[in-house]
Design a protein around this ligand. Sequence first.
Ligand SMILES: Cc1ncc(COP(=O)(O)O)c(C=O)c1O
Length: 372
Amino acid sequence: MINHQILLSKPIIDKHEEKAVLSVLRSGQLVQGPQVKKLEIKFSKLVGAKYALAVNNGTSALHTALQAVGIGLNDEVITTPFTFVATANSILMTGAKPVFVDIDPLTFNLDPNKIEAKINKSTKAILVVDLYGQPASYLEIIKLAKKHNLLVIADAAQSIGSSYKSNPTGCIADITTFSLYATKNITSIEGGMVTTKNRNYYKIAKLFRHHGQDEEKRYFYSGLGFNYRLTDLQAAIALTQLNRLKKITLKRQQNAHFYNRQLVNIKGIITPYQAPKTVHVYHQYTLRITEEAGFTRDQLQHYLAKKGVQTNIYYPMPLYRFSYLSTKTNLKDFPNTELASRQVLSIPVHPLLTKTERQFIVKMIKSYAQAS
Ligand SMILES: Cc1ncc(COP(=O)(O)O)c(C=O)c1O
């Protein structure tokens, strides 16, 4: 038996982060110093993009990216409704309009086959999300974007370390954003990154991060900008975490593969689908509880909570259902999103999960399913 709560996420913070933070504190250079620069160089190498810009969270990374590629008033940006709200809010921030398209029922990512019907003269970009750590259908989406002269922006907040046909997430889309929030695969507590191969996008993004000022020419403003800077303290933590990325990712994948093997052939429980030629980094391990199960997703979640297993629903309410984000939604256009929001349940997959904890979670799910 387990006599403690099994958490859904747990950051790995140890003496390496403590040492890195102390060293920055003692250096006296707390902002826009060498750590931020070091992080940007290391990150750009990791994802194979020429430029990486550190910002203070994943939401400001999205806002910065949209601004950098020139999204603005009256533009339309096609995106998924099955994501964290920051994806769509950042589109609104620029004055543009999010246009939602249904998801693929297997990957939970934007369905490339349903995008074309929503493209019109105002459409400027497709904003994909690599949900749960699985890359979007980049090949099909980039093809479509080329055909209609659209930009592809990637919200890779959940997918650091993943890849699509051997290309790391971060160098595939025109511009990509990451989150380094405390629950993400690696963290700087709060933080974000923007990556691109395009020098012009990078230059605009850099100005936007710092009130529209050139670092060499303070108090002269080239355009709209904000304070989206990351501190050196946070950059030092992120640098330490980056050293562990491979190990952390492998552990998440091993946990996921264990669940895949153990939870196979349970009526009404569907384990995650992994698309061919993608590397999934399992930010979340998300089950689908179908009508065949004989119990609901919410009942299973309640049962696991009673047994001390923390789970969560990403996401219970599709974004088109919030009136400030969308009007005149026809629910018939979103059968897969509607179903997914009722069926998904994410269980702990983080790298600190012990063998005993994994086995306990499987045992609890199996015994609940058998008794139902
Ligand atoms: C898909 C997605 N986009 C954007 C964000 C926003 O990132 P942050 O919380 O760092 O602002 C998150 C993280 O919560 C996310 O999961």
